[in-house]
Design a protein around this ligand. Structure first.
Ligand code: NAD
Length: 297
């Protein structure tokens, strides 16, 4: 193996510690804790795990955590009414509605109901628009975490060729916007892209956000490239009846060619919640009218 391993777990721990310091400073200045509300509808096991760790890490960072659980058959109107109450609650700086929502609820309608200045997931069209035109807003946590890892590794990204595989609203598209804002030459590849291997071979930076286990092969990677693997795929393990997590990149192969690569698990995954806490803290400072230097976090 030649590639440096990008340790997202360690980076996320450092970021959470920094959020914790700034959360204490916020409490002293504002006379209240920064607050993050998380709403879970139904009992999807993966969502329950995420919501539990979000709540735990929010408290560990010295912020207030408000968890709201609605049954799987809750009416859309009930969820919208809850979002309205959270929008109006001055103790709540950030609101996150855990996705996916049950099929009878219109996800877009719920996201649109969140006050854009409490939308710490950055999914509201106002925040997507702010990102597109370069205004301050809230950027989706996973791609912002990927950008932090890239800048930590590479410094100035200006002029680099970046290929983002995947065009979802929560990862691929905002990732492309962020890299463009860093003056990369950005290509967004997707399920209809022709000659994907050739496209990826041009890239100094590869961000894979597809959801297909180990799809990106070693011979797609330009020697020395930086590879960020967003994929989280559960596959059968060698041991009967067991499963393991793999990314969208053939890690063992790509690590022979790349300059640096994120592992799965322990790469991008831990960054998502750390960035969520960061976004919630930024929201708190903004709501209280307190200054937070652009490079503070
Ligand atoms: P998505 O299903 O919404 O989007 C997948 C994208 O991949 C689509 O834009 C599609 O065009 C593209 N695609 C599908 N097949 C392709 C192919 N054969 N070639 C090229 N492109 C193809 O998924 P998403 O929400 O963007 O998530 C992507 C992956 O990232 C998933 O594995 C998900 O679990 C993971 N994820 C991880 C985190 C994290 O915290 N680490 C957060 C979000 C998503």
């Amino acid at each position: 193996m030649t590639a440096a391993v990008i340790d997202g777990k360690a980076f996320a721990a450092t970021l959470r510690a920094r959020v914790g310091e700034l959360a204490r400073a916020f409490e002293e200045k504002a006379g209240r804790k920064a607050g993050l509300a998380v709403v879970l509808v139904g009992e999807d096991p993966a969502s329950q795990v995420y919501v539990r760790s979000k709540g735990k890490q929010t408290l560990e960072a010295g912020m207030a955590s408000f968890e709201h659980k609605l049954p799987a058959d809750a009416a859309e109107a009930e969820l919208l009414a809850l979002v309205d109450r959270l929008n109006a609650d001055p103790g709540v700086d950030g609101i996150l509605v855990q996705l996916p929502l049950p099929a009878h609820i219109d996800e877009q309608k719920v996201i649109a109901a969140i006050a854009p200045d409490k939308d710490v997931d950055g999914f509201h069209v106002i925040n997507a628009g702010r990102l597109a035109v370069g205004q301050p807003g809230y950027v989706p946590c996973t791609p912002l975490g990927c950008l932090m890892l890239l800048k930590d590794r590479l410094g100035d990204l200006s002029g680099l060729d970046a290929v983002v595989i995947g065009r979802s609203n929560i990862v691929g598209k905002p990732m492309a916007q962020l890299l463009l804002a860093e003056s990369c030459t950005v290509t967004v590849a997707h399920s209809r892209t022709r000659n994907l291997a050739e496209v990826v071979r041009r890239a100094d930076i590869v961000v894979a956000a597809v959801g297909r286990p180990e799809m990106v092969k070693a011979d797609w990677i330009k020697p020395g490239a930086t590879v960020i693997d967003v994929g989280i795929n559960r596959v059968a393990a060698a041991e009967e009846g067991k499963t393991r997590l793999v990314g969208d990149v053939d890690y063992a192969g790509a690590a022979q060619v790349a300059g640096a690569i994120t592992p799965v698990p322990g790469g991008v995954g831990p960054m998502t919640i750390a960035v969520l806490l960061r976004n919630a803290l930024v929201a708190a400072y903004r709501h209280a009218g307190l200054d937070l230097a652009a490079d503070a976090i």
